[in-house]
Design a protein around this ligand. Structure first.
Ligand code: PBG
Ligand code: ZN
Length: 311
């Protein structure tokens, strides 16, 4: 009876697994701030991607770590960077695994902001032009979806135009449309070494108190050509996911971020909660709220438990 009347079913098809790629060969370094996550060189990430694909997870999301940072974050659009090399290696190893790439500058700039600076302020329009170079670099390497996570105004239109003009009309854009200035990004910033060296990201990320603004941001991104709209983080913003789902037709994604992941890990480690049960309940709640796609560091474990069945 329960199976028959169940409204929401979580499956491995809903999940995207984030992976951190760095320059070099034979590298698989554990990330101290994120249990079970690693920095992989392109050759090693291909092996990991194969395992992800075999678990039935449809997609990975790649984050790049540069060999060298500079003011502009220029390694972000180098064809020899870790991300393009990783895309090629993954596509060789498992051509059917969807490859999504993070498009941002914060891991690549010396100051750690998501855009380039003009007198210690992020220069929105100059940043959009550079993000287009990053997206094109990933598209040329074989990315299926680019995912801009910077929150500059107008970047979706700039990316869409650049992709169309350069022969990549089929590359989709998953926009981090409603990305909040959140305290839950801490472990990731250690992993990506992308903590801003001064100030914070509140001039481009959203105020946690605002919901209508999130819907406005999403409408703008759709208008500019986004194919998938993302809400980030997930758990503290289930209401935003729910409202986005009601308001818009295209797929809604939610990012179950590093702080949500490590918060659950820490509680389980301390013996306060049942790790597997809490994890599946957490992911199910995100789907029930309205997410069609869940980006989560739990993807491998959840897929292994779901194993083609349902939670
Ligand atoms: C920024 C970016 C962030 C994350 C990924 N890319 C947030 C931030 O540093 O402001 C966070 C992901 C996570 O916490 O899992 N472009
Ligand atoms: Zn960024």
């Amino acid at each position: 009876m329960r199976r028959l009347v169940r409204e929401t079913v979580l499956t491995e098809n809903d999940l995207v697994y984030p992976l951190f790629v760095c320059p070099g060969e034979g590298v698989q370094e554990p990330i101290g701030s994120m249990t079970g996550c690693y920095h992989f060189s392109p050759d090693r990430v291909a092996v990991e991607a194969l395992e992800v694909a075999q678990l039935g997870i449809p997609a990975v999301l790649l984050f790049g770590i540069p060999g060298q940072k500079d003011e502009q974050g220029s390694e972000a659009w180098s064809p020899q960077g870790a991300v393009p090399l990783a895309i090629q290696a993954i596509k060789r190893a498992c051509p059917d695994l969807l490859v999504i790439t993070d498009v941002c500058l914060c891991a690549y700039t010396v100051h750690g902001h998501c855009g380039v600076l003009k007198e210690r302020r992020v220069d929105n329009d100059a940043t959009c032009a550079l993000l287009a170079k990053v997206a094109l670099c990933h598209a040329e390497a074989g990315a299926d979806i680019v995912a801009p996570s910077d929150m500059m105004d107008g970047r979706i239109a700039t990316l869409r135009q650049a992709l169309e003009k350069n022969g990549f009309p089929e590359v989709a854009i998953m926009s981090y449309a409603a990305k909040y200035a959140s305290a839950y990004y801490g472990p990731f910033r250690d992993a990506a070494d992308s903590t801003p060296s001064f100030g914070d990201r509140r001039s481009y990320q959203m105020d946690p108190g605002n919901a209508r603004e999130a819907l406005a941001e999403m409408a703008l991104d759709l208008d500019e050509g986004a194919d998938i709209l993302m809400v980030k983080p997930a758990l503290p913003y289930l209401d935003i996911i729910c409202r986005a789902k009601q308001e818009f037709k295209p797929p809604i994604a939610a990012y179950n971020v590093s702080g949500e992941y490590m918060m659950l890990n820490a509680a389980a480690e301390a013996g306060y909660i049942d790790r597997e049960a809490a994890m599946l309940e957490m992911l199910l709640s995100i789907k029930r709220a309205g997410a069609d796609i869940i980006v989560t560091y739990f993807a491998k474990e959840a897929a292994a438990l779901l194993g083609g069945a349902s939670a």
